[in-house]
Write a protein that binds this ligand. Structure first.
Ligand code: NAD
Length: 485
C-alpha cells in the first residue's frame, strides 16, 4: 500500500488482499470501501470465509516466537520509526477511509508512534516478582518467582472505525512485546490502515506469523473470531451492544472489552470558563466527536451556564469543518451518512424534549456541523445514550450533588473531566464518579498511551488497556519455586 502511495496512486486504489502470516491471501469475494467525504469508491478488500478464519488461527497458534526482549524492542522501535517517516501518506490514507481531517489523522499517526515506542521500552522490562517463603512460623527456606509467558493460543483482536490505525496499534504492539501471535479483524469501514500497518510490521522485521489481518463481513466471520479453538483471548474495542454479545459468546476465553462511553465535562461555578470552553470544544469536536472518550455531555453549574454557553458557541462557530484533506480543516466528516442522519434525529428529539438549539444541526451527506444545545434534559436520548458525533449538549446543574447524580445516571462509566480548582470538589469527584478516569482541568480523553485506560459499568469489564495493562492481560503468569538455603 505504501509503495502504491509513494508512486502517486491513492494508497488504497488497488484491491487489497488479507495479510496472513506475511502472505497476501485473497478470494474472489469483495467488500467495497467508500470515501465518506467524496463518496468515491476507495478500494476493495477480500471477504474472508469461516474456513479462511480457521486456517489463519491455526497458523498463528502453531507458531512459537523465540524473539528475545532485545529483538522485540528493535522491531517495535523500527515500526515506530517507519510510521513517523511515512506519517503524511499514512494520514492521507486514514483520512480517505474515515473522513477524519488531516489534523486529526496526523495526530493519530503520532499517537501510534508513541504506542510502539512505549511497547518497545516495556519489552525490555522483566516485571517478574520474587517472594521469600520464610514469612510465617511454618515457612520454608524457599523463594517463589513469577514469570510472564505468552498465551498458548493466539489472540483474537477486533477493532472499531474511529481510530483506524491507533486502535490496531494498541492491540498489536503489546502482543509483539509479549511474544504473542495475533489475528486482527479491523472494522470493515476502515480496513486499509490496518493492512498497511501489517506491511510496516513485516518491513520492521516482525516474524510474519506473529500478526495476520483478516477482512470480512462480521455477520459471517465474527463468531469464529470469538470461539475458535486455537484462540485463548479476545480483545475487542467497539460499541456496548457488540461487546455484550461477545461477553456471552466467547465462553471460556479471556475477554478484554473496551466499550462505548458517555463522558461528561463537569464545570463548577469557580471554573476558568475560557479554559473550560476550550476543553469543551476540543473534547467534543476532535476526531469529529467520534472518540470513546469524547465529551458527550457538558454538566454546567447554573451560576456560570449562560457565560459558558456564550463562549462555547463562539468557539464552536470558529471550527472550520468540511473537506478533510484540506490542512486547515478542523473537522471532517463522520463515518457515513447514516451516522450523520442519526445525530440529526437525536438532536431533533432533544429539541422536542425542551432543549434549545444554539448553533449547528446542519447536515450534508456525512458532514455534520458542530452543534451546541442548551437546557438539555439529562434523561433525553441524546445524552442518556452515547451520541458518537460532534454534538455539545449542555445540561445545567444546581450543585455538586446534582452534578454527580447526573453524571452517574447513565449505564456508561468510561472517563470524565472536571473543571474546578476546589480541592473539596475534586476529592468528591474522584471518589464518587463511577468511571475509569477523572481528569481535572483536562479533556476526558487525556492519557498516555502507556497508562492504564478503560471503563467500568457498560464501558468495560474493568480490565484495562494502555500498553502496560494490555501486556499484562496478554500473558499467563507462571510461578516457580526454588530451595533457598
Ligand atoms: P462496533 O461495535 O459497531 O464495531 C466494532 C467492531 O466489531 C468492528 O470491527 C465490527 O466489524 C465488529 N463486529 C460487528 N459485529 C460483531 C459481532 N457480532 N461480533 C464481534 N465483532 C463484531 O463499533 P464501531 O461503530 O466501529 O465503533 C464505535 C464504538 O466503539 C463506540 O461505541 C465507541 O465508544 C467505541 N469505542 C470504545 C473505545 C474504548 O476504548 N472504550 C475506543 C474506541 C471506540
Amino acid at each position: 500500500i505504501l509503495v502504491a502511495a509513494q508512486h502517486g496512486q491513492p494508497a488504497s486504489a488497488l484491491h487489497q488482499p488479507m495479510r496472513v502470516a506475511g502472505k497476501l491471501v485473497d478470494n474472489d469475494r469483495r467488500i467495497e470501501v467508500y470515501n465518506p467525504y467524496t463518496n468515491a469508491l476507495l478500494g476493495t478488500i477480500a471477504k474472508a470465509t469461516v474456513e479462511d478464519v480457521r486456517s489463519v488461527f491455526h497458523q498463528a497458534k502453531t507458531y512459537k516466537s523465540t524473539l528475545t526482549r532485545y529483538q522485540r524492542n528493535q522491531i517495535l522501535l523500527r515500526a515506530s520509526q517507519l510510521l513517523r517517516e511515512h506519517a503524511d501518506i499514512i494520514s492521507d490514507l486514514i483520512t480517505a477511509e474515515s473522513g477524519l481531517c488531516k489534523k486529526d489523522t496526523m495526530y493519530e499517526v503520532g499517537r501510534a508512534c508513541d504506542v510502539f515506542l512505549f511497547a518497545a521500552n516495556q519489552a525490555l522490562v522483566d516485571d517478574g516478582q520474587v517472594f521469600s517463603c520464610d514469612l510465617t512460623p511454618h515457612g520454608k527456606q524457599r523463594k517463589v518467582f513469577t514469570l510472564r509467558e505468552p498465551l498458548l493460543g493466539a489472540i483474537s483482536a477486533i477493532t472499531p472505525f474511529n481510530h483506524p490505525l491507533n486502535q490496531v496499534a494498541h492491540k498489536v504492539a503489546p502482543s509483539i512485546a509479549t511474544n504473542n501471535r495475533m489475528v486482527l479483524k479491523p472494522s470493515e469501514k476502515t480496513p486499509f490502515s490496518a493492512l498497511l500497518l501489517a506491511d510496516i510490521l513485516y518491513e520492521a522485521g516482525l516474524p510474519p506469523e506473529m500478526f495476520s489481518v483478516i477482512t470480512g463481513d462480521p455477520r459471517e466471520i465474527a463468531d469464529e473470531m470469538l470461539i475458535n479453538a486455537d484462540m485463548d483471548l479476545v480483545t475487542f474495542t467497539g460499541g456496548v451492544q457488540i461487546g455484550k454479545y461477545i461477553a456471552g459468546k466467547a465462553v471460556y476465553k479471556r475477554q478484554v472489552l473496551e466499550l462505548g462511553g458517555n463522558d461528561p465535562l463537569i464545570v463548577m461555578e469557580d471554573a476558568d470558563l475560557e479554559e473550560a470552553t476550550t476543553l469543551a470544544v476540543s473534547g467534543s469536536y476532535k476526531n469529529s466527536g467520534q472518540r470513546c472518550t469524547a465529551v458527550k455531555r457538558m454538566i454546567v453549574h447554573e451560576a456560570v451556564a449562560d457565560e459558558f454557553v456564550r463562549l462555547l458557541t463562539e468557539k464552536t462557530k470558529a471550527i472550520k469543518y468540511g473537506n478533510p484533506m484540506n490542512g486547515n480543516t478542523d473537522m471532517g466528516t463522520v463515518i457515513d451518512e447514516a451516522a450523520a442522519i442519526s445525530f440529526e434525529q437525536k438532536v431533533n428529539d432533544a429539541i422536542k424534549c425542551g432543549a434549545q438549539l444554539i448553533v449547528g444541526n446542519i447536515r450534508e451527506g456525512a458532514l455534520y456541523s458542530p452543534t451546541v444545545l442548551d437546557h438539555v434534559p439529562y434523561d433525553c436520548t441524546l445524552v442518556a445514550e452515547e451520541t458518537f458525533g460532534p454534538v455539545s449538549p449542555v445540561i445545567r446543574c444546581r450543585d455538586i450533588d446534582d452534578a454527580i447524580r447526573i453524571s452517574n445516571s447513565t449505564p456508561y462509566g468510561l472517563s470524565s473531566a472536571v473543571c474546578t480548582n476546589r480541592l473539596d470538589y475534586i476529592t468528591r469527584f474522584v471518589a464518587e464518579l463511577e468511571v475509569g478516569t477523572v481528569n481535572v482541568r483536562e479533556v476526558p480523553g487525556y492519557r498516555l498511551e502507556l497508562t492504564p485506560f478503560g471503563g467500568i459499568k457498560d464501558s468495560g469489564l474493568g480490565y484495562k488497556e494502555g500498553v502496560l495493562e494490555a501486556m499484562k492481560s496478554f500473558c499467563n503468569t507462571k510461578t516457580y519455586s526454588l530451595p533457598w538455603d
